[in-house]
Write a protein of this length. Structure first.
Length: 158
């Protein structure tokens, strides 16, 4: 039931209750979900990406998109390297141990409260298919036991 808010209760992800997400008959819970299909100017699919993991889904998906498409990291690196997450409540940046210390040091320097997540803590598990050259399916190290297959690629029609 952590998808709904309960008045006065902070959920399992550390998020305070929101009146917009209180339980009532017929209500669907608000949730963090951001499946993305990224296409180039010609309509060719360049990246399919989504994640599981509650409130950290959107920051994890955004990080993979930026690392893969803008920074030209391999899909393996984009998905598996350390991540940052800011929940807004509490007002701090959570990060994985693998995040480069130059990044965390800079964020501290400009006034952010930093919190290193314990090893094995839950950042969203990303599933992605990159297609910059050849289709490249990949599943996150953070969630073991799942697989992904790809049969063929298609050019999207507008």
């Amino acid at each position: 039931m952590d998808d709904f808010s309960t008045p006065g209760v902070i959920n399992g992800f550390g998020v305070p209750a929101s009146p917009a997400n209180y339980i009532y008959p017929g209500k669907r819970p608000m949730s963090s979900m951001s499946p993305c299909i990224i296409v180039d100017q010609d309509g060719n699919v360049r990246l399919l990406v989504g994640a599981a993991g509650g409130t950290r889904i959107t920051s994890s998906v955004a990080a993979v998109i930026m690392k893969y498409l803008l920074r030209k990291e391999s899909l393996t690196a984009a998905v598996n390297n350390g991540r940052l997450h800011h929940q807004l409540a509490p007002m701090r940046v959570s990060y994985e141990h693998e995040v480069d210390s130059s990044v965390t040091d800079y964020l501290k320097q400009v006034g952010h409260e930093m919190y290193e997540e314990p090893a094995g803590s839950s950042f969203a598990a990303v599933t992605a298919i990159g297609a910059l050259e050849q289709p490249e399916p990949f599943f996150d190290r953070r969630r073991i036991g799942s697989s992904l297959t790809l049969a063929k690629t298609n050019k999207m029609q507008h």
